[in-house]
Design a protein around this ligand. Sequence first.
Ligand code: MF3
Ligand code: CO
Ligand code: CO
Length: 259
Amino acid sequence: MGQIIIKTPEQIEGIRSSAHLAAQALEYAGQFVKEGVNTEYIDDKIDEFIRSHGAIAATKGYNGYPKSSCISLNEVICHGIPSKQTILKPGDILNIDVTTILGGFYGDTSRMFTVGEVSAEAEKLIETTLHCLDLGIEQVKPGNRFGNIGFVIQRYAKALGYSVVYEFCGHGVGVDFHEEPQVDHASRRNTGPEMKPGMIFTIEPMINQGKPKASIDRYDGWTARTVDKKLSAQFEHTVLVTPNGCEVLTDIHDEYPVT
Ligand code: MF3
Ligand code: CO
Ligand code: CO
């Protein structure tokens, strides 16, 4: 077990820039999300955008992962591999997850997109998942414990009849892709390490319509699907613990107050 890194002001500056770029790449990707487009095409556009800004995609070559983003449709929980064969159709919901390395620093963010008209159930799942991320972010302040992030997320998701994926977690990020601590999205109140100013980590809840369990595709070794093939949604931000609260480093639209 490693230690949770407290980032220096210089590291925070570098991670903030990388996180911004990841958020911009994700926003840029949005214009290509439409009926008939294959997900490899979107991945190519993301890769081009990241490179043209002097950075690289962290996922490419990471433990053998082949692409510059993860694009996860419908019952895919996470780690969907962009491919020519995966063609967007009306009613699809998808998560695009982008991680950049800029100047040696990592930024990690993801969000949901929809294609054409989607079902009311899908809309509700997406809205709930975004609210779960917001609730998690509200818990980020010095002295609070990591377990409270998962506590509020699980309490809310469960109350609405959804389940929280427990096999994939948020993580420390910035100097490396996946650092300590592991940030659980379902956990017990007042458990886990204490948050301190200078810590940077992701919150990335994956919320399922049905059972929480994932199964990994036996052919590609990456794609994680719901066991019951029901829908799954995810949103992810990279956050910094500040002396008073937090700053959402992947928020480029001032949707979260800096405290
Ligand atoms: N970006 C993902 C995360 O949020 C990790 C993807 S790792 C990959 O942690 F290898 F699947 F790309
Ligand atoms: Co992440
Ligand atoms: Co990510």
